[in-house]
Unconditional design. Sequence first.
Length: 311
Amino acid sequence: MANTKAYGDAAIENSTASLHTNLKTSAWKDFMALIKIGIVNSNLITTFTGLWLALHFTGQSFLNNLDIVFFTVAGSSLIIAGSCAINNYVDRDIDHLMERTKARPTVTGKVVPVKVLSLGILLIGLGTLSLFFTTMTATVIGLLGVFSYVFLYTLWSKRQLVSNTIIGSISGAVPPLIGWAAVDANLDIMAWSLFVLMFVWQPPHFYALAMRRVKEYKAAGIPMLPVVKGFKTTKLHILLWVVALQPIPFFLTKLGIPFLILAFLLNIGWLALGIYGYRIKDDIKWAKLMFVYSLQYLTIIFVAMVIVTLI
């Protein structure tokens, strides 16, 4: 009898501990979903690359500028996270219509909307304060990124214009500029080349995603290109944007021949895959291939920029 009670008590304790753990895990997952941690992480790569290259080409030591590195990484991550939280707050009325967004805490009701808005504003405020410890140029660029994502994209163009993806690409191209400006306020042509690279990369990436999710975007009333113009036009636009990407690496000649060869091969590979889309019958399969390639492309090319400066 005593053993039975002991087992019972242990079971209750384990169950209670498990419940607390699940609640904590759930709360953390909700927070990660609210700030769109995937977007924060991917932008962190480009921010860091911009910062790293600025240090390298201005002859400054990474270890001697750890304070700048910290405030830049923290500041850019916080303003991006805050902007994403506000995006979640604004889109809570349509996110339930899309498979990839219907489980967000703003949709399920696990988080009070006004708290999400407050969180977004707080994170942007803290991020701006962090960037202020770098340079005023980096701070201004960061705020321009917030403005373009929250106001130009989320509140204005996303639900009204078929060009919403292009307008949204402005904010996505800002992170490497923030990174560079945090070290060198006099933005080099290489810094602007990183901006253009990120800007041109985004339309083919998001158009491919939109093709895969076309039914969801249509149900949500989002005028994405494949929803409004169809797959044929979208495939052409994707191909044209990839073509526009081809000359950009030649503005990054300071990174050396090995990098230029790698970038050239990556660009040609993406272009070849784009042309392949006119031969394959399964548009969705092709869109998936293009989407995956775009993710690998971004990671490889920005990591390569750091590696070649270490050799």
